[in-house]
Design a protein around this ligand. Sequence first.
Ligand SMILES: [Zn+2]
Ligand SMILES: [Zn+2]
Length: 188
Amino acid sequence: MRTHRQLVLYKSILPVLQESGCPFCRFLKEYQTARLQNHPKDSIHRLCNFHTWGLAAVQDAPAAAQIFIKLVDVPAFLSEPGIECDICKEVLAEEDLRIRELVSSLSQAEVSEWLRGGAVLCKPHGAKLRRQVSPQFAARVDAIIENYRQQLAGELQHLRDEPEPERAGWGALGRAAEFLVSQRGLHS
Ligand SMILES: [Zn+2]
Ligand SMILES: [Zn+2]
């Protein structure tokens, strides 16, 4: 979760279709960073491993400190893993909302442009999307995932065989991680 940069607050999945990568991952990455940075006071009581580290990385340190003050005060037996994370719950609800938004927008020009111009989906979001669409569109989703899988396999082989001395950012490794598990937190 990158947090040291300008946040983009999307209100709809449609403009995100013009960006690179899985549009749901991109949307949710911005969304969960925004939720960690600007949440109403006292709205966070439990955080998973992933979002605890995400909170430690936010730019607004005093606001994060306020949440950590409450979290470190929780007795150990209440903070055991398996208890639901407040940010994961919100991200999951937003993910459902955005998948339904795309499903109801399949006839929009933005979606046809996305499909024509090298659409990308990660495996988890492709799987969630294909459950809600017609068999024809599900076949389209399968083709998108398979194309991207082949492209990634090529990039990873290139990286293995010709490693660059200085790695710029996450590159193919980040794209591979996103393809496999999406940008969501650890719970799915
Ligand atoms: Zn995704
Ligand atoms: Zn979480």
